[in-house]
Each structure stands twice: as structure tokens, then as C-alpha cells.
Design a protein around this ligand. Sequence first.
Ligand SMILES: [Zn+2]
Ligand SMILES: [Zn+2]
Length: 486
Amino acid sequence: MDFNDKLVFLPLGGSGEIGMNLNLYCCNGKWLMVDCGISFADDRAPGIDVIVPDASFIAERKDDLLGLVITHAHEDHVGAVARLWPDFLCPVYCSPFTSEILHNKLTEEGIADLVDVNVISPGSSLVLGDFKMDFIGLTHSIPEMQALMISTPYGRVMHSGDWKLDPDPVIGPVSDMDRMSDMADGDVLAMICDSTNVFKSGLSGSEGDVQDSLDELLGRIKEGRVAVTTFASNIARVCTIAKIAERHDRHVVLVGRSLHKMTEAAKKSGYLSDLPQFLTEKDYGYLPREKVLLLCTGSQGEPRGAMARIASGNHPQVSLSAGDTVIFSSKVIPGNEKTLYALHNELSEQNINVITEADEFVHVSGHPARDELEKMYETVKPQIAVPVHGEARHLAEHCELALSLGVKHAVAINNGDVLQLAPDGPNIIGTVPSGRFAVDAGGLTALDGEFLSTRRKLVFNGAASALLVLMRKGVSAKIRLSVCAV
Ligand SMILES: [Zn+2]
Ligand SMILES: [Zn+2]
């Protein structure tokens, strides 16, 4: 395939699925990567937590890769950098908050000193070869989400990242739609856009409204402890909880590693500075019950999350008892229903009050509903719509929506499809290898390969035996482990 004399869009992750975003642009043979994220494994990959995209196509062309730009710090956009960067060796560009999160990940992987991470001020610009990028701040459920207006000799592409139009985001500025309109200037070739909530009519709702609702709700809870669990990366929600706790004379105790890490990164980037200090698990035992507001990880019922451990009485410092209240300030991510309902039941059986988004207004999504998508199309007016960040059904619906709004072309593509945007686009000119790798203790292993297929068989139909030969003094002389699938 010839990549010269054209502008191409090529997703290696995130198209036809929600998660694991890895997008490539190619202009005259030089490549730009936008985002490099992970997915979380399900029951089909026993023993596996994390999945990364197969990026071998771009790894083989790393000399032509100009850089990696990260739109925001969610795992599905930044989570695979530490694992895959050694295959790319390219400079990385991201906002101050995203760089804090990335730095932690690179440090854990032991490569923080090797990676050239360049901090880009939100709303600024960057030139890499033929790609001139203007960063445009859009609201989302994490600070500093930056959309990219990418100008090339073939025209402009708006890469939306994950976004919503929140009139009161609690943290950071509102979406900069004036700059979006100025930059678009009625002349945008293509928009690569978030499809997550394309089936949701109306608006996604505001963090400010969630704050009012949680404030009123907390005012009604006069007795016992209150625990709130939410996504640790939603710094606006963390801020909301800290503010309403102060108003209702409760101290916020942070429980869970990722909340400590996220709030630390937020403070380093200048957020959460005007709030009372968070207390830690160690302070918990000294506080009267009605003065406590626990802020916990584990909103999806993750077994290692704080909420599940507290509910089962397995947390070393924190426990709840009858008359206390737990608020799930989060949505149920599809696939997690069983685990979460079991957790709700476990709490209810202990006479702990459980409040979820089914009972009260305690959560809003970070992705655009249809009215917001319409507003974005009205502002950007692209000639070509390329929906991403969605499963096949989301992408198909998003294409229909775009066409109904007067966009000339709308194309749903899959990971690995090479979409020529210009000249003479849109046109799928070929397909390159794409796929998913499981992150296992020994390294990366193909998700549909023999290793995991054997492991799957073992789970249902296998046997494991251990032979241990002991010497007279009890010291092991020989260990043999064997597993077999039948
Ligand atoms: Zn995302
Ligand atoms: Zn996101």
C-alpha cells in the first residue's frame, strides 16, 4: 500500500469497540498517533486483566512516526503507553494533568527516564511535520480533555476525543466552542468523533447539577456514616463530594489506592487546592460516625476495590454497619451488573442503605448525547464523518445521525481499515493487521492464540497436579508442576 501523496486515517483500536483507543493519521508517508489505551478483559480471557491493541503495523514503521499525542488521561486512551512505547520510541505530547498520570505509569514500568514526554498547555498548538495541531478544551469526566484540530496540506481533521458540552463542569473551563468554531472556519474535511452515547436523546447532563442533587441528598442523611463510591479519575465528582461534605460538617476519608493517586496528580496540576485536606484510612477510627464521608474506589464492584472489601468486612481499617448509607455515584458499566447487584445485596443484608442512579440523580455520563452531537456537527460542519469510540451498532447509528444533519459522507470503519480522507476521499484503500493482545505475567500473548485457548479449556475441563519431593529435613528436592486440558 502506498502512503505517499495522501491523507489517511487508520484506527488500530477503538473502532467497533469501546476501549483500547489507538488512532493513526498518515500524511505523505509520515505518521501521527493519537491515544494509546487499554481495554479490560472479561471471562473469555481467564487470568487476564488488561488488553492492549496489536500495534505491530506502526511499530514496523516507527522511523516514520512523528509522535504520540494523548487527548486525556482515561485508561482507554493512555493506559497502553507504558507497555507499548518501547516499540515506538517516539516523543509523547499531553496536558499537565495527563502527564502526571502518565508519569506514574511509566515509573511503575521503570521507563520514566527513557520517554520524552512533552507537556502541552491546554488550548495551545503543536507542529509535527505536515501536521499542525490546535488543542481545543472540551469537557469530559476527567480534567483537561483536549480535542485536536489537525491541519494538513490536504485539509483539516477534527479529532474529538471523548467529550460532552457541560455548562457547569465543576472543574476546569466549559467546552471552548467559540475556538472550535473559529478553528473549523466552515472548512473541515473530516470529523473523527465519539459515538459512546449516540443512542441517548437530549443532553448528557451537568456535573454542576449532580453537585446540587448530592448536596440535597446528603442534607437528608442525618445519621450514620456515608460512603460514596465513584470513578477515581472523575476529579470534578471528587471535588463535589469534598465540597458537600464540608457543607454538611463531614470529613472526607479517601479509601483506595487509585483515589490517592488521582487526587495527588490533580493537586500537582493545580486542582482541588481550595478544599479541606482529605483524611486517610488511618484517621477513620478516630471520627464520630455522623462526621464521616468515605470516598471509596470500587464503584463497579471490583473485588480488589475498596467498596467490595469494606462490604465483605475484609478492609483492614474501614468498616460500615447497620444504619450507614452507601451512594454509588456512578453508572453500571455493561457486563458488571451481576457483580454489582451482589455487592448491593451484600450491603442491604447488613441493613446498610444503598442508593444508586436508579434511586436518585447521582451521576452523569462524560460522553455526548444526541443534542450535543448535533451541536458539534453544526459547529464543525465536516464533509466526512468518521464515528469512533463505539461498537458496530453505535458507529452505524452515528453515521445515520451525521447524514441526517447534512454531512456529505459518513463512514463506519473497523480497526485496521485504512481510510483515505484525501484526495478523493473517503475511500477504504486496504486493511492492515490489527488485533488484541492480553497482558500476562510473561509479556503479551495473542487473545485468540493457542496459549489462551488452552487456558480457557483448562478452566472448564482441565487438571493440574503438583509433585513435591521432600528430603528428610523438609527441604524440597524436586518440584514438578503439570497442567493438562482434556
Ligand atoms: Zn474513552
Ligand atoms: Zn474518556
